[in-house]
Design a protein around this ligand. Structure first.
Ligand SMILES: NC(=O)c1ccc[n+]([C@@H]2O[C@H](COP(=O)([O-])OP(=O)(O)OC[C@H]3O[C@@H](n4cnc5c(N)ncnc54)[C@H](O)[C@@H]3O)[C@@H](O)[C@H]2O)c1
Length: 260
């Protein structure tokens, strides 16, 4: 898929690796100047270095100082912002436990990053979009924000918050020319210490096999699947889709995918 994003500037959070990096790379490959940001400064800079005209820096979405400095840096480096991708997100593998055992610190970390981070970054960035006469925001939610899983109370609550926040933002920003949508990824195997899929562990393998049996397309998703959806949502051709939650999940949320 090819889209003309020449002249557009995009800020992507959590862009050092995984889905965020794939989205940032795809926007850059389609002509956008991209600010790759992440809590991992070096990772963000390394990812950006591969794309001409792009740049990277640290931006922790739970730090107000980082967010404000990041927006100033975007203005100084690129002259403004047209596209915001709220991708940074975390979950816990360590505490897959019921709510009464779920540690408060894990709750705070996940909700502060996944939901409050989306609110804070958007609040800081949206004046820059208004200055350009409009723009696009894509929030990375999760299918678990639509259909919750057991033993992940903080993540499912945070992502459900992102889903409704997306719709509220779409209504509030429409008259200023800013279209706001979310992508709800299904199961996307990724690398990294916060990876949801650790590969060789037999318990994880059993869980992954069970998950696969519920996916009508019978495969897990890729970061590129999510990046392509994001590309459509930020494309100039998309001038009417706002407030939508695009599931990119191989059909997992379409219904009960078993014979009945
Ligand atoms: N992989 C999946 O199956 C899946 C499914 C549904 C939703 N998602 C969502 O997709 C998004 C990307 O996740 P991923 O799978 O690529 O995971 P990932 O762990 O590979 O990438 C997340 C990135 O966010 C960064 N990050 C973490 N905390 C941050 C903070 N406070 N500030 C800025 N950056 C921070 C990490 O350093 C990392 O580079 C997340 O919002 C996640 O919840 C992923």
């Amino acid at each position: 898929m090819k889209v003309d994003l020449n002249g557009k500037v995009a800020l992507v959070t959590g862009a050092a690796r995984g889905i965020g990096k794939a989205i940032a790379d795809t926007l850059a490959d389609n002509g956008a100047k991209v600010g790759y940001t992440d809590i991992l400064a070096e990772g963000a800079q390394q990812a950006a270095a591969a794309k001409p005209g792009c740049a990277g820096r640290r931006l922790d979405v739970t730090s107000q100082d980082d967010i404000e400095a990041g927006v100033r840096w975007m203005r100084e480096t690129f002259g403004g912002i047209d596209i915001l991708i709220n991708n940074a997100g975390v979950n816990t593998m360590k505490h897959r436990v019921t709510l009464e055992q779920f540690p408060q610190e894990e709750w705070d970390w996940i909700v502060n990053t996944d939901l409050t981070g989306c609110y804070r970054v958007t609040k800081a960035v949206v004046p820059a979009l208004f200055e350009r006469g409009g723009g696009r925001i894509v929030n990375i939610a999760s299918v678990f924000g639509l259909v919750p899983a057991r033993l992940q109370c903080a993540f499912v609550a945070a992502k459900a918050g992102v889903v409704n926040l997306t719709k509220a933002m779409a209504m509030e920003f429409a008259e200023r020319g800013v279209l706001v949508n979310a992508i709800a990824p299904g199961s996307i195997p990724i690398e990294g210490p916060q990876g949801l899929f650790t590969g060789k562990d037999p318990i994880m393998k059993a869980r992954m096999d069970a998950m696969l049996s519920h996916i009508p397309l019978h495969r897990f998703g890729t970061c590129k699947d999510i990046a392509n959806a994001a590309l459509f949502l930020v494309a100039p051709e998309n001038d009417y889709v706002t407030g939508s939650i695009m599931t990119v999940d191989g059909g997992w949320t379409a219904g009960y995918s078993r014979d009945f």
